[in-house]
Design a protein around this ligand. Structure first.
Ligand code: SF4
Ligand code: MSK
Length: 625
């Protein structure tokens, strides 16, 4: 196991190197931004019209238009949900366009026909006797219509438990077209519209559902169809995956359409030979952030690290190229790259960054463009200054790639209880009922300099394992587990006797890596599958979500769709609504009356994990187990 202290030692060494080359890093910028603006922190600054900005203070309890703290904090919060929903969903839209243009001879083909046919049937798209690409294009059309259809609700909500569907309908939060929910949120928060905090929260739940049971779910499904549904693989994680004698290329961002092509191009023999002709042992592709999760799950590509490590990768001085697509990319990477030989390449009109090399990635030319990028990186190998290179000798083995299909497959293998084409979660339910497993926690989300990076994740994970609570993880949280060595089957020695027995029996690590942040939709289907096979609703099962170090607007959208799905969410970072007592009440208690779930917020990881364990035990008691 690698401890947080050991990781911090490495970061400190890299930070020294940053000073040597006069480079600024996020640690420097945090200092300059501290203390943070209190109005922003509390969510009570409004600049939604040019009469403002208005701030709520003890002397001024309303903005110029009369909006109070509850209206302002509620509007800001809803805008965060809308922005997060737009990011995940637009990612899905891009992938759907790739599916729409996929062909047998093109750059992108269908890798999971079974999943495509299953989705086609769900959509009512005819499949009998049809060419697989004709089916794919019609499925893409139907998926794209989910963004802008004039009437009706998201098709995927039918996948939820009957009770969830009833709750969403009765509460008036069934998600309509994705773009409509985002537009409605922006409209409601526009000057002179909704000032009622509860109405803003309700729209937040609805918008988030259009993400979790719309955009994100589409992103995951279609990625599986085009790039293959992930399977269990071994890989490695942390900065030690960079190589001294190879051309190092880092892929960073979220959209697999880009990274998949770079990974494929790097395997072309002609390019590998070219790298050798330039004195390198070969080409080493590694991932960062959620792109790392995507390519690790589908190809076993090694993972260099998570969100707050993106600058560290460049600080090793060993990266020939960092190429990025969308989301979670520091603009700071451009000036930082200039301190080294690293070529920083942006590829999407959604994420244009000054100082980068911009090569717009297009479906029709994707593979040729990827080859050009890899060649550019190889040509850059000779510019590496070995005196500036420090690759921390730190990495861990990891087992990754547990979408629902793999989890259920493993359970079936053990219990031989396969009941239909989707299998059954009965073995895991039996283990929970027997108390061998106390429950499960989905640990998700980012890093945030507001807390000691990775520390909260690590402490919470260890304590849950000790208490026989299975963990599923995605995003940058999953990479903390990777770096720490918790995705190893050997990590079972950290578990209580019950969880250790389950790991042995099923041959799994105690933390299951389920993918990128967009793949939290997989977790919704996992919870739904367990609830369905248990014969209860998702709100009743001893399963909760936890985002100890979240930072992104996407995380706010995610937290809301998890709450809408009836699952409590434990947060280690306070949402920016503290300036409104109504909003604080609504996000922790008010949503319970609407969806049956809410937030539990505690910035102390040890207190947070105690609350999680108490919450799981309370769910068990309510079920009489
Ligand atoms: Fe101020 Fe109201 Fe305009 Fe907001 S919408 S900036 S509170 S006047
Ligand atoms: S990359 S959204 S920092 S999980 Fe998905 Fe990581 Fe959070 Fe970005």
């Amino acid at each position: 196991m690698t401890t947080i202290e050991q990781m911090e030692e490495v970061t400190a060494k890299l930070k020294e190197r940053a000073c040597e080359v006069c480079a600024e890093t996020w640690e420097d910028r945090v200092k300059k931004q501290t203390p943070h603006c209190k109005f922003g922190e509390d969510g009570v600054c409004c600049k939604n019209c040019s009469m403002g900005p208005c701030r709520i203070t003890p002397k001024a309890n309303r903005g110029i238009c009369g909006a109070d703290a509850h209206a302002i904090a509620g509007r800001n919060y809803l805008r965060m949900i809308a922005a997060g929903t737009s990011a995940h969903s637009d990612h899905a839209r891009e992938i759907l366009h790739i599916l729409h243009g996929a062909s047998a001879e093109g750059n992108y083909q269908i890798r999971d026909e079974q999943k495509l046919v299953r989705l086609a049937k769900e959509y009512g798209v005819p499949t009998e006797g049809r060419d697989i690409y004709d089916i794919a294009h019609e499925v893409a059309d139907t998926g794209l219509a989910e963004f802008g259809k004039s009437f009706g609700t998201q098709i995927f909500i039918k996948r939820a438990t009957a009770e969830r569907q009833r709750v969403w309908k009765e509460q008036g939060i069934e998600p309509r077209a994705i773009d409509r929910e985002i537009a409605t949120s922006m409209h409601m928060t526009n000057m002179g519209n909704t000032a009622d905090a509860e109405a803003l929260i309700r729209q937040g739940l609805r918008t988030s559902l259009s993400n979790g049971w719309g955009g994100s779910m589409l992103g995951t499904e279609i990625s599986d169809i085009i790039f293959g549904t992930p399977t269990v693989r071994t890989t490695e994680g942390n900065l030690g995956v960079l190589e001294h004698d190879m051309v190092n290329i880092v892929v960073h961002g979220h959209d697999p359409a880009f990274s998949e092509m770079v990974v494929t191009a790097a395997e072309v023999k002609e390019l590998v030979d070219y790298a050798k002709s330039k004195g390198a042992r070969g080409i080493n592709i590694v991932g960062l952030c959620c792109t790392a999760n995507e390519v690790a799950m589908r190809h076993g590509v090694r993972m260099a690290g998570n969100f707050l490590q993106q600058e560290n990768a460049i600080l090793t001085g060993a990266v020939e190229m960092m190429c990025v697509d969308v989301q979670c990319i520091f603009p700071a990477l451009a000036p930082l790259s200039e301190c080294f030989h690293t070529k920083f390449v942006t590829s999407s009109p959604i994420a244009r960054i000054p100082g980068s090399i911009y090569i717009e990635f297009k479906q029709e030319t994707a593979f040729d463009q990827a080859r050009e990028l890899v060649k550019m990186a190889i040509d850059n190998f000779q510019n590496r200054d070995m005196s500036k290179v420090y690759i921390p000798p730190m990495k861990q083995n990891a087992v990754v790639g547990y979408p629902c299909e793999q989890i259920i497959g493993h359970l079936d293998g053990v219990a031989n209880s396969h009941v239909d084409e989707f299998g059954t979660y009965k073995p895991v339910i039996d283990a929970i009922k027997a108390g061998v497993l106390r429950g499960a926690v989905a640990i998700v989300g980012c890093n945030n300099p507001r807390v000691r990076p990775d520390f909260s994740h690590f402490e919470i994970m260890k304590e849950l394992l000790r208490n026989d609570i299975l963990i599923v993880a995605t995003g940058c949280a999953a990479q903390v587990a990777t770096k720490a060595g918790l995705l190893n089957r050997e990590a079972k020695y950290l578990c209580g006797t019950g969880l250790r027995r389950v790991c042995d029996l099923v041959n799994i690590p105690p933390i299951l890596h389920m993918g990128a942040c967009v793949d939290i939709s997989r977790m919704m289907l996992l919870a739904t599958g367990i609830a369905r096979d248990w014969g209860v609703d998702t709100t009743q099962i001893p399963v909760v979500g936890c985002a100890p170090e979240w930072m992104s607007e996407k995380a706010v959208s995610i937290a809301n769709y998890v709450v809408s799905t009836g699952i409590d969410v434990y947060l280690g970072i306070e949402p920016q609504v503290k300036g409104s007592s109504q909003m604080m009440e609504l996000i922790t208690q008010g949503t319970r009356k609407i969806t049956g779930a809410g937030y539990i917020i505690n910035t102390n990881p040890h207190e947070l994990v105690t609350a999680i364990i108490d919450g799981i035990e309370a769910k068990r008691a309510a079920l009489g187990i």
